[in-house]
Design a protein around this ligand. Sequence first.
Ligand SMILES: C[S@@+](CC[C@H](N)C(=O)[O-])C[C@H]1O[C@@H](n2cnc3c(N)ncnc32)[C@H](O)[C@@H]1O
Length: 377
Amino acid sequence: MKIENNHTAAGTDQDSYARNSIIQAMSISKEFPTIKEALERLYATMQPKCIMVGELGCASGPNTLMVIPEVIDITYKTYRAMNFQDIPEISVFLNDLPANDFNTIALSLASFHKKLDVDRKGDVGRCYVSATPGSYLTRIFPDNFLHFVHCSQSAHWLSQVPKGLLTKGEGSINKGNIYIADTSPPEVHGAYREQFEEDFTTFLKQRGEEIVTGGCMVINLMASTKSYRPQDYFMKQALNIPFGDMASEGLIDRKKLDEFELAFYPPTTEELMKVIVDEGSFHVQKHGIFTVDWDLPIKDPRNYYGKISEAEKIDVNERAKYVAAPLIATTKYMMGTQFGEHVLDEYYARVTKVLADRLSSGRKCESLHHSISLIKI
Ligand SMILES: C[S@@+](CC[C@H](N)C(=O)[O-])C[C@H]1O[C@@H](n2cnc3c(N)ncnc32)[C@H](O)[C@@H]1O
């Protein structure tokens, strides 16, 4: 796996991330109270004339711009409530890997501003939106530049196949699996954890230089506890098992399977906190854990998919398609790059079948998330 392939499906067609990121949107909306608290605290200590906002790992689609109206609303209300003279300008920098579909975002900006104006009944000052392509594991902004950073559903993606899995000349020790699986050697879990620790330390160090002292960062990433690792089901079973079967049936190249890892790690709270404390640039203002149910036809609180028929609510195969949609949009590009686009229809049909089996046994398909609010020391 190469970091440049670790991005979501481009465009706006049926399988695009733009049309299949409702689960992530649900997790972003659960962070709004934390963002509100973080910004209110920020403005109690400083009142910048222009608020510099970084949206890191922004992808492409409705989620990319989802936090901006919230930031504007909170900022205006707080400045007014505190009788600060001038409403500030807001400058938002959208960051993702260079191959992210920034063109589609750029094309959506005019209608975004128009809708913002209508929704706020004209109460919008200057809000600039620009793109900052590059890996957030490098420096992407000047020193002491940003006041607020938001990063959602991205920091659990690793920069590379965990280094600890690679043996000299023989590829990965996790052969036959694409993730930490029941058949993986015992060292595999530790290798994933160490790669997460290294990457997240780098992420914090870079932001520690870019965010002003007293500035804040709200991060939402997938989580585990010692006893509950719900998204393991997606990685260990749904995405992993079909490739093993397809390699046995000669439908994919076993060598390609052996060298591929789904470089993803949902840390426990203890693991996450240890990295933050050891790195030392940030103080933890708040931390919480929440779940998101992926079984939308059963539970579609914001009516994201419009009207879902009773038949779809009952039929596990239909429900499995909804559960699979965000998984496909997130992994399609990297799987296609590694295994060839010609295998994707068969592969994702099998992934969806594994999910349908789980739903038909009455078990949940959900993910666990950290919501963490940090203050730059
Ligand atoms: C699942 S998407 C989340 C997108 C959006 N924030 C949301 O919540 O819907 C993860 C995003 O992180 C981006 N990403 C992964 N590693 C990155 C890195 N090192 N630098 C910048 N972006 C990265 C991916 O390209 C992808 O767009």
